[in-house]
Design a protein around this ligand. Structure first.
Ligand SMILES: [Zn+2]
Length: 193
């Protein structure tokens, strides 16, 4: 019974083991568990220890609700919104210094993902969010979906090369020559960072 006693009071995800319930003929042990949401359920100990069950079912339910609400929690638009918020608002985010850290903010209308989606519309494949004015904020008038070339041209530190005596962003030159950005970077030894 040592195995049983060790389980009591332990927490697995949202579930806290309250007491031993019963064992079945396969010697599977079941436990009464209380979920953070207030529900009580009887769950096999194996499922708790393996991490297969981490809530009464409320977690899965919430995820489904969110998915419906956002029109796809796993969409590019939702991920864009989430990462934008992290870059600007989460001090511990790796990109924070280049965004929130240098004063880039998000308009309050975009606190709500539904508004963001309504203003930006669906993100075309191969595109990502781009601030037209790189020092401007995340707001409807300053944001668009842009492809890699447009974005790159618009970077704060655009890498340029000299072409026929003219300083030109690499991305623009690559497009002109029908090459990829990386091909040009490798070829060019006249790169001025
Ligand atoms: Zn629950």
């Amino acid at each position: 019974m040592a195995k049983v006693i060790n389980m009591i009071g332990k927490k697995y995800g949202r579930l806290t083991v309250q007491s031993f319930a019963h064992s079945d003929k396969n010697r599977q042990y079941f436990y009464h568990c209380s979920c953070d949401c207030g529900n009580v359920r009887t769950i096999p100990g194996n499922n708790l220890r393996s991490g297969n069950t981490t809530s009464c079912g409320c977690y899965k339910h919430e995820t489904l609700v969110k998915r419906r609400k956002h029109g796809g929690i796993d969409t590019r638009e939702y991920r864009t919104w989430l990462h934008m918020r992290r870059r600007c608002l989460t001090v511990t985010n790796a990109d924070y210094p280049r965004y929130g850290g240098r004063g880039i903010t998000i308009c309050s209308r975009w606190d709500d993902f539904a508004n963001f989606l309504a203003d930006m519309g669906p993100c075309p494949t191969g595109y990502s969010i781009d601030r037209i004015d790189n020092n401007g904020n995340y707001a409807p008038l300053n944001c668009r979906w842009a492809n890699f070339i447009t974005q790159n041209r618009n970077r704060r530190l655009t890498v340029k090369l000299t072409f026929r005596g003219q300083l030109m962003p690499i991305a623009e030159y690559a497009e002109l020559m029908g090459l990829t950005y990386n091909q040009v970077r490798k070829l060019a030894n006249t790169v001025i960072p």
